[in-house]
Design a protein around this ligand. Structure first.
Ligand code: MN
Ligand code: MN
Length: 454
């Protein structure tokens, strides 16, 4: 009998077979992650993987039956994967796993292009919570879509192929940084200075703004767009390049967008692999990093419409279905970082390599604006994880009154669905390159599978 709570190190507990599984799973995740830098990318990749496994597109009002494997894409940016089970959803409810697939980045402004001293730049407006200084002097790739007059959609992806150019935001040389160095970190780099270099060769015969003229010509030749078309676009800069292993032993992965694809991928693979007669929905949400507002965010009515639609199609009362449903809000948490130990409360921090971390509550100050999961819900998950032999842990984000955070948990709980947060601990969260443990990633997969099979 263990009377004391101790976290276990998953690498230490894992046998050779499990260690091999951890490595294999990490390789699949890295490939998913590289093709999923934006919410559109992640939704498209999930659709492709689901189709390969026999999932069929679903629209509101479709007839459905037990055994169906379906997906619903909300405006290309938010996908719901659904497995319809044999069990009566009026009694068992639906099991929901909800992660988000948008990540902090630099969006282009509606009129982004300008030329200054012979260089053309795109002006950006940051998306989500970033530390601005981290986004200078790193290779950036441009991702997104432009909607042309008449409705044609042009996809853009520049900077990910080895042969592609990248884009670049400058910072001041140390020699002239005396004044900048004296400023607080938060204001030393301003949002309006996050302008990326996009071109430098002038158009022959043009006197004024010749580089801007040349790059507009080039963009028209390549994509058929003119300057005004940026106004109907969703283009953003994200860190360029592939996920990389970290450490001699390759224990960790550094990549852009672990938050929250490191939880989205495990909930999807859990759905694909689990043996369960329950109806299960895996959600890839958009807009979490800006507050979950908007038509593809978790505050949108779409999830409710989908639950209603599925309930009615199965002849169940949607109110009963929601009341009996359970949700894991699958989102990352902060991993304890010894370099900044004073912002963590050591007994209640999440530790890297100790498995996916259950977070009973987020919020700020006195648990403001939190979904605080009930004791019963936590106990339900504990049984599910422990019965399946999952190595997992619990923690809170950081010390009291030092900051705080939120996830989609409260928006789903507000629909009358028992919800609890669970996710992979991340080092340098929201940085251009975040770090996670391969063991924690695999633990998240096992935890989500255990939830599906509980
Ligand atoms: Mn997140
Ligand atoms: Mn985040």
């Amino acid at each position: 009998m263990d009377y004391e709570y101790k976290r276990a190190n998953f690498y230490k507990e894992a046998d050779d077979k499990t260690l091999a599984e951890i490595s294999r799973y990490a390789e699949e995740y890295k490939s998913f992650l590289f093709s999923s830098k934006t919410e559109r990318g992640a939704s498209a990749t999930a659709e492709k993987l689901a189709k390969e496994r026999g999932y069929k597109p679903y629209t509101f009002g479709d007839k459905i039956k037990a055994g169906d494997k379906l997906y619903f894409i909300n405006r290309g940016k938010n996908i719901f994967l659904m497995r319809i089970g044999k069990n009566d959803i009026s009694e068992r409810g639906v099991k929901i796993m909800a992660a988000h697939v948008d990540s902090p980045r630099l969006d282009l402004k509606p009129n982004p292009l300008f030329e200054e001293s012979g260089v053309a730049y795109f002006k950006t407006h940051y998306y989500g919570g970033i530390k601005k200084y981290q986004w200078t002097t790193i290779p950036l790739a441009l991702h997104g879509v432009v909607a042309l007059p008449g409705g044609e959609i042009k996809s853009v992806c520049v900077g990910e192929d080895e042969a592609d150019p990248i884009f670049y935001i400058t910072d001041l040389l140390p020699h002239l940084s005396q004044e900048q160095n004296a400023k607080p970190l938060a204001t030393a780099i301003s949002g309006e200075n996050l302008n990326a270099i996009v071109a430098g060769v002038p158009e022959k015969g043009e006197e004024e703004k010749a580089v801007k003229a040349a790059v507009l010509k080039l963009l028209h030749a390549k994509y058929g767009i003119t300057e005004v078309d940026f106004q109907a676009s969703e283009l953003c800069f994200v860190p360029a390049g592939k996920p990389r292993d970290v450490g001699f032993d390759r224990a960790f992965i550094s990549a852009y967008g672990h938050d929250d694809k490191v939880c989205a991928y495990p909930e999807m693979t859990a759905l694909f692999e689990c043996h369960s007669d329950d109806t299960i929905i895996s959600v890839f949400a958009d807009k979490e990093e800006t507050g979950s507002d908007g038509v593809t965010g978790m505050q949108s009515h779409v999830i409710l419409d989908l639950l209603d639609s599925v309930s009615r199609a199965l002849g169940a009362d949607p109110v009963l279905v929601r009341y009996h449903s359970k949700c894991v809000s699958a989102d990352v948490t902060a991993a304890f970082d010894p370099a900044y130990s004073d912002v963590y409360e050591k007994r209640n921090a999440s530790y890297i390599n100790c498995g996916a971390s259950l977070t009973k509550y987020h919020g700020a100050r006195g648990k403001s604006s939190t979904n605080d999961a009930s004791a019963e819900m936590v106990a339900y998950l504990r049984d599910a994880f422990d019965n399946a032999g999952v190595i997992w842990q619990t923690g809170e984000l950081g010390k009291i009154d030092i900051g705080g955070g939120g996830t989609v948990a409260k928006f789903i709980a507000n629909l009358g669905i028992d919800t609890c947060d669970m996710g992979v601990p991340v080092l340098s969260m929201h940085a251009p390159y975040e770090v996670i443990s391969k063991a924690d990633l695999y633990s998240m997969h096992l935890a989500m599978k255990a939830f599906c099979e509980a």
